[in-house]
Structure formats: structure tokens, C-alpha cells
Design a protein around this ligand. Structure first.
Ligand code: ARG
Length: 269
């Protein structure tokens, strides 16, 4: 009897030994795949705590960078609140707006916040949180250009940011109103092009346009044709984060933090 028990114990111990050996073996394997994360002592669990977000930081007051390179804006503050509530460390990556959806699809990042409108088209490729803000569209030009209605766009060149709903919108309007569309990589470039008269008009998000109008002494008029969907946080299709983030957004709405952020960044109205 005693012998039998001893035998069983031995077998169990042997099993445990094999299991541990396998475990550390695979640890090593994954460690050697990514030496950079091993080198600074960060373990797998700290990797899991990072929320990777992509944005296109050319869109004040939603996201831009200070001369020192620090991210700032409504989306940045909101992203930080969301990350904090969910216990993540936020890591932001800056890229062209046009590449954001792709970065979600390839799994390069976990979410995108870039003043992104929750269009039906995009919903085919990504999932969105509930909307956290609504804006409209505006046409802006230099002060003495005399462009204050759609009819005035005839024969003009209208700049839009590549991949935005404004690009799509301008494409729809250009034949009816007889203007050319110039597609630009970033909103910053768009403003530069306007200031140096390489385009006559910029077509962009109203909250963003209003900031530039004020800051750069430009002029503009509201687009009477659009009613664009609100802005949402985008995730890879099927991401489990959507529900968690929606709960946080609801909480931030209820406890007044969202309004606080709007007052801080979007109070230009
Ligand atoms: N709301 C527009 C869209 O979703 C423009 C967003 C541009 N965002 C940016 N960060 N440049 O298409």
C-alpha cells in the first residue's frame, strides 16, 4: 500500500517537474522574440496594461502637439480619462488620418481617437464607441476672398484632408458647384496651403475650422448641406474594449467630466 502511494506521489512530482520545465521553456521562447521588452525588465503583464492609441495630431482642439511634442486636446484628455478608469497606461502614436483605420485592422493599435465621425462606411471595418461629440462642416478662406456661399466656390480649388468625410463630401458637391478638390495629408498642410494661396478654400470640421479662423484671421461659412454623424472612438472589429469604454463614457457623462472637457476645449461657440 505504502509503495503504491509513494509511486503515485512520484508520478505527480515528475509531472509537475515536466510542466514547470515546459513553462519556463516557453517563457524563454517568448522572451527571446522580444528582447526589448525583456531588457528593461517589463513583463508580459505590464505589456497588457498598455492601451495603444493612434491619432492624427493635426486637429486642434481635438488633438495636436505642442512645440515640445506633447499631445494635447479634447481627445487626448478624454483618452487619458478612459485609460485611467480602465486601469491602462495610454500610449499614443501619431499618424496620417488616412492610415488610422488600417492601423486598427492590422492590430497595430487598440483604439483610435481622432475626431473620427462614426460613418456607416467606416462601421464596415471598425467598431465605434457611443458618440462623444458632434460638430458640423465649414468652408474657410482668406478674409478678402469674398467666398461666403456654395455658389462662390465656382472655379475655386477646395482643399480637404485625405480620408476624411470632408473629402467625401467635397467629391459629392464639386460638380454641382463647379470647384476642384485638392486632397492633402494633414489639416496643418491644408492651412498652410490656404495661407500661401495654393488652395482658395479649406473644407473642414467646424470646431477645428473655427479655431483656425480665429487664430489665423481667416473667414468662413457653415456648410448648409451636411449633417455628419458624431465623433466616436474606433476599435478593431469585435474588440472587447467597446463595452468597457462605453461604460466609462456613460460614467463621464453622468459625473459631468465630459461637459468639463467640452468647456475646456470646445467652448468657442
Ligand atoms: N470628422 C472628420 C472625419 O471623421 C475629420 C476628422 C479628422 N481628424 C483628424 N485628426 N485630422 O472624417
Amino acid at each position: 500500500m505504502m509503495k503504491k502511494i509513494m509511486g503515485a506521489v512520484l508520478i505527480v512530482v515528475a509531472f509537475m517537474f515536466i510542466l514547470t520545465a515546459c513553462g519556463s521553456g516557453s517563457d524563454k521562447a517568448s522572451g527571446s522574440k522580444d528582447t526589448s521588452s525583456g531588457a528593461d525588465g517589463s513583463s508580459d503583464s505590464s505589456e497588457e496594461n498598455i492601451l495603444r492609441m493612434a491619432t492624427s495630431a493635426d486637429f486642434p482642439p481635438f488633438e495636436s502637439r505642442t512645440p515640445e511634442g506633447e499631445y494635447e486636446g479634447f481627445d487626448i484628455d478624454l483618452a487619458n480619462l478612459v485609460a485611467e478608469e480602465l486601469g491602462y497606461e495610454l500610449k499614443i502614436e501619431d499618424m496620417k488620418f488616412d492610415g488610422l483605420i488600417g492601423s486598427l485592422q492590422s492590430g497595430r493599435v487598440d483604439m483610435v481617437m481622432a475626431g473620427m465621425s462614426t460613418t456607416e462606411d467606416r462601421k464596415k471595418n471598425v467598431d465605434f464607441s457611443t458618440e462623444y461629440n458632434r460638430s458640423g462642416e465649414m468652408f474657410i478662406s482668406k478674409p478678402d476672398a469674398g467666398i461666403d456661399s456654395l455658389e462662390d466656390l465656382k472655379g475655386k480649388t477646395v482643399g480637404v484632408q485625405l480620408g476624411t468625410i470632408q473629402e467625401e463630401g467635397a467629391e459629392k458637391l464639386k460638380d454641382e458647384y463647379g470647384f476642384e478638390v485638392k486632397k492633402l495629408d494633414s489639416a496643418n498642410i491644408l492651412i498652410q496651403e490656404l495661407n500661401s494661396s495654393r488652395i482658395d478654400v479649406g473644407y473642414m470640421d467646424k470646431s477645428v475650422a473655427k479655431g483656425y479662423v480665429k487664430e489665423q484671421g481667416l473667414e468662413g461659412f457653415d456648410d448648409p448641406t451636411t449633417s455628419s454623424p458624431g465623433m466616436g472612438i474606433a476599435f478593431p472589429k469585435g474588440s472587447e474594449l467597446v463595452d468597457d469604454v462605453n461604460k466609462v463614457l456613460k460614467k463621464l457623462e453622468e459625473n459631468g467630466k465630459l461637459v468639463e472637457l467640452k468647456d475646456k476645449w470646445l467652448s468657442e461657440e
